[in-house]
Ligand binder design. Sequence first.
Ligand SMILES: [Zn+2]
Ligand SMILES: [Zn+2]
Length: 167
Amino acid sequence: MQMLPASLDAAAGLLVATLLEYVHHRWGGHARALGERVRTSHQLHHGDPLEGGVGYGEKLRQRAPLIAGASAVLLAGAAAIFGPRHAAVVILGVLAGYAYIEGYHHRMHHRPPTTAFGRWMRRHHHLHHFVDSRANYGFSSPLWDVVFRTRRDGRGLPSGRVERAAG
Ligand SMILES: [Zn+2]
Ligand SMILES: [Zn+2]
């Protein structure tokens, strides 16, 4: 099989990160597919989106053991399929994507958005938080919500409902 260049490996890793974000949130945070601890942790985020004011660096530090374990499993699986060199670049793409997504989600709750996409994305996420927790699982894009048909746009809600709920 013709192998992909490193830039495509990294791009594939970023795409995989967005899928993992969706799967982790939907079936880990809102079901028990990844155990009670993951679900409880996410439900605490719903109860307090600022998570007691914890910083982004501290959040990553707390999750480091989980991230390392998941990366090792993913790396072993990807290496068996694509070989170690391609797998390493894909996993680096996944980790970069994960760090970006976590940072994006963190900032979304801590700072007002500065771009039109940021405002749109925050509304997408606030619909999940404050209106319907069975919709809009994507933190950084609506891609997988569209694919899995869980995207909700808030049409039909009383005007200003999401903004008022978000405070
Ligand atoms: Zn959130
Ligand atoms: Zn959630």
